[in-house]
Design a protein around this ligand. Sequence first.
Ligand code: ADP
Ligand code: MG
Length: 248
Amino acid sequence: MSSNTDFLLSIENLTVSFDGFKAIEGLNLYMDKNELRVIIGPNGAGKTTLLDMVCGKTRASEGSIKFKGKELTRMREHRIVWEGVGRKFQTPSIYEELTVFDNLEVSYPQGRGVLGALAFKRDVQVLRRIHEVANEIQLENRLEEPAGLLSHGQKQWLEIGMLLIQDPELLMLDEPVAGMSVSEREETAKLLRKIAQGRSVIVIEHDMEFVASLGGKVTVLHQGKILAEGDMQALKQDKRVIDVYLGH
Ligand code: ADP
Ligand code: MG
């Protein structure tokens, strides 16, 4: 099979083996620009491992991951971020003692160190971007508060904001609504649909109501392989999917 460079992300024959156990095996997955994709599947299916491989944290034993036509499997993690891939882990990793503003500011790409008028121009840009993102994640009126005072859901949004401020073309989120209240889940679904209008998003999720409310194409992972792919309505009728996942 030849790689189609029109895809934003094209994963082919991806395999990783941990001491002989294949957590991901011969996986093919293609994603378009501005696509919102949900990955579901039982515990241990390989969902987190797949994200680890795309962001360079875990190295492939075989196969290819192309992002905008560039091979990621041999690229360093920071370089993959630089290419435009952002990844959120399951537990929020924010700086609790810093303000919301400072959390966003430290995540803005490129260090300081520019001088005079240039530095001023940059500060205006950074400030504008911080307010834009804070507005998007609904934390604009909390900017001066220590992040540690936010609710669990708001901390998750702040971490999403810390990725958004880097303007990634692909954003990957591992179980972003775990532990959130019902209203926080609804807000998060809205936020992710909005975020996906200008970039591609991969979301791993267990909450089927949340998955349905996102409305994107769903990939079902099982034992390191793709079991099925399609919209949620179709997958609900798929016997294989019911047997390994939805039926439980
Ligand atoms: P999921 O996120 O779908 O629940 P994971 O990707 O975390 O699943 O794990 C898939 C399988 O790979 C599990 O059986 C897990 O124990 C195993 N695994 C993941 N990472 C490692 C590792 N670094 N070393 C050994 N086994 C691993
Ligand atoms: Mg996982």
